[in-house]
Ligand binder design. Structure first.
Ligand code: NDP
Length: 330
């Protein structure tokens, strides 16, 4: 098989936004490997997605220790593709991973202790065949571990050169404020927050976005399509090959209620009037906000990612449209 050669025009195809007040720029669209890149998935398909992403100027790939299934397999598979396709391009990539959710048995296999975070990142680096990741996240807030300890682990990881930058994910506004204070005191480059944020989940608007904006910390919202609900696929039932229809999918059919589908229908009509698919409008709405650095999407195949990349053709929303979105979704 011939060796992968990236599209030489890739950097003309993508816009990059500064991540908070840091030195790095992230592509407007980033790709996450939570689903579709695990041991149960087709290597030809995910390899094609990754090649296509990089060819389109997507330089940021997001992982976590537990992505799969089985847990760890997404990092392993990604490591193989780095070796085969991206080895010469490592310096052109921003690769992130996280630790917080259950990874191994016993009391040190999850949450936010220094013991767990340090051991987990060492395992992730081995699985991915990397010397360092660009961003390492505390994946969730741990109310039982002093925040000082979790932040100390992030600081140590950066000082050891195992990650270049630190981030947090799923931290609420107050937890984020405290993390900022601790990391500022330590001089740790805390540059990014990864919250769930989409048209159907507006929680970050209750304080978090304001903090990120004021403190100049980057924001990378995950599940921008609410795991695929923000598309037309569930309007007439649950397709077998969808995330909700897949036994390995995290999305439960119980989340796709009649109330949710009414909102989706109303949003779909709006998207049609804007000349977009609903999935494209969902991503465009996030990109229209200056606080958003990059939108972290998932994709089952190259076609879905291609479709999402077209979101960028119209990211302007009139005041009337924004009001209508609020009326439908809040
Ligand atoms: P999305 O909300 O973008 O959902 C992706 C899914 O939506 C796809 O797998 C596909 O599902 C469907 N889809 C994608 N493109 C289209 C399209 N063009 N038209 C119709 N349907 C489409 O994001 P994810 O939930 O996958 O999350 C993205 C990333 O965010 C993850 O990979 C991970 O990196 C990160 N994440 C972080 C979390 C955290 O706690 N920090 C938690 C969750 C995610 P289908 O199979 O149904 O077609």
């Amino acid at each position: 098989m011939s060796k992968y050669k990236p599209n030489k025009d890739r950097y003309d195809l993508m816009e990059y936004r500064r991540c908070g007040s840091s030195g790095i720029l992230l592509p407007e669209i980033s790709l996450g490997l939570w689903h579709n890149f695990g041991g149960v998935d087709n290597p030809n398909v995910y390899k094609e997605i990754l090649h296509f992403a990089f060819d389109e100027g997507i330089t940021h790939f997001d992982l976590a220790n537990n992505y799969g299934p089985p847990p760890g397999s997404a990092e392993e598979n990604f490591g193989k593709i780095i070796k085969k396709s991206f080895k010469s391009y490592r310096d052109q990539l921003i690769i992130s991973t996280k630790a917080g959710y259950r990874m191994w048995d016993g009391p040190y296999g999850e949450w936010g202790s220094k013991k767990y975070l340090i051991a987990s990142l060492d395992q992730s680096l081995k699985r991915m065949n990397l010397d360092y990741v660009d961003i390492f996240y505390s994946h969730r807030f741990d109310a039982d571990t002093p925040l000082e300890e979790t932040m100390e682990a992030l600081d140590l990881i950066v000082r050891q050169g195992k990650a270049l930058y630190a981030g947090v994910s799923n931290y609420g506004p107050q937890q984020t404020r405290e993390a900022i204070q601790i990391l500022q005191r330590k001089g740790t480059p805390f540059i990014i927050h990864q919250p769930r944020y989409n048209l159907l989940d507006r929680e970050p608007e209750n304080g978090l976005l304001e903090i990120l904006e004021n403190e100049k910390i980057g924001c990378i919202p995950y599940s921008p399509l609410a795991q695929g609900i923000l598309s037309n696929k569930y309007l007439t039932g649950v397709p077998e090959n969808s995330r909700a229809g897949n036994p390995h999918g995290f999305l439960q059919t119980s989340q796709i209620t009649a109330e949710v589908l009414d909102k989706v229908k109303a949003l779909q009509t709006m998207a049609e009037n804007r000349g977009q698919t609903l999935a494209q409008m969902a991503v465009a709405w996030l990109l229209s906000k200056p606080v958003i650095t990059t939108v972290l999407v998932g994709a089952k195949n190259k076609q879905q990612l291609k479709d999402i990349l077209l979101s960028r053709e119209n990211i302007v929303f009139s005041k009337g449209e924004l009001k209508q979105i609020d009326k439908i979704t809040k």
